[in-house]
Design a binder for this molecule. Structure first.
Ligand SMILES: [Zn+2]
Ligand SMILES: [Zn+2]
Length: 273
């Protein structure tokens, strides 16, 4: 428990920067599966989001911790009334936070106001470790804050469980987006329970049938249980969004894009029928 407390007290923003350096170096030194030019420029485009998210965390992370602590100190949530070993409480915390994010992610794909923020992440037509930090800061506030408060309020999850979840999810999403060659046997074994990079790649496909699938960050179990798991061979995936294909995707353009009316490609197609 002491080791866990030490681990979750590390600076998560610093961890993100260290991982970005490690994965970017690995992608340039090792054999990448999907080669693309100007990886450095792509990194610089996405790094603006990391800077904003780090600034946001200066106060937002404190608000989340204070809110969850308040719920716990008032004994709000189911697990306050159940006796369970700490390992089970932590495992359930990891799974339930992940399940909440599965639903928030799924909702973000189906509510057009939320999609206009989330599509920033999907607009990337090339994918590497830096695509993971390409998240509109307003989306992060909605997504991570709401899911944390909700799970703490319903189940009584605490900041130790939340810290463990963040500690696991930060490296996990780097692995998920990283442009390295992963053997396909991983999909058939590990992928029965966990989201693999190939599964997440399908989620980034331009075809909306596949974009609206594989929402889970860690446990692909949620997609399997709630009927949204889909598979396509990674070589056949075409990344990005058709409605962004002709746009010059600068950092400032992407920051503004939630406030610009850009119809989803499928909607445009339906209207023209
Ligand atoms: Zn998505
Ligand atoms: Zn992604």
């Amino acid at each position: 428990m002491e080791t866990l407390n030490t681990l979750i007290s590390i600076n998560f923003d610093l961890l993100t920067v260290v991982l970005l350096v490690i994965f970017f170096t690995a992608e340039n030194v090792l054999n990448t599966q999907f080669k693309f030019d100007k990886m450095g420029k792509h990194l610089l485009e996405n790094i603006g989001f990391l800077i904003l998210i780090t600034l946001l965390n200066l106060f937002w992370a404190g608000i989340i911790v204070a809110g969850v602590d308040w719920l716990n100190s008032n004994q709000i949530g189911l697990f306050h009334y159940l006796n369970m070993p700490i390992w089970l409480f932590l495992l359930l915390s990891l799974m339930l936070f992940d399940m909440a994010n599965y639903w928030f992610h799924r909702i973000a794909h189906n509510v057009s106001f939320l999609w206009s923020f989330h599509r920033v992440h999907h607009s990337d037509s090339r994918m590497d470790a830096s695509s993971n930090i390409r998240v509109h800061p307003i989306e992060l506030v909605f997504y991570f804050g709401s899911s944390s408060f909700l799970m703490a309020a319903i189940f009584g999850l605490d900041t130790t469980g939340l810290g463990l979840y963040v500690l696991v999810i930060i490296p996990y999403v780097f692995i998920e987006h990283c442009n390295l060659k992963y053997p396909t046997w991983i999909d058939k074994t590990f992928g029965l329970v966990f989201t693999t990079p190939n599964f997440h790649r399908v989620h980034h496909d331009q075809d909306e049938f596949y974009t609206n699938s594989n929402y889970a960050d860690i446990f692909i179990l949620w997609d399997r249980i709630f009927g949204t798991f889909k598979y396509k061979h990674p070589e056949e995936v075409k990344l990005g969004l058709k409605e962004f294909d002709d746009q010059k995707q600068s950092f400032w353009y992407l920051m503004k894009t939630p406030f610009i009316n850009i119809p989803r490609h499928s909607d445009t197609n339906q209207n023209s029928k």
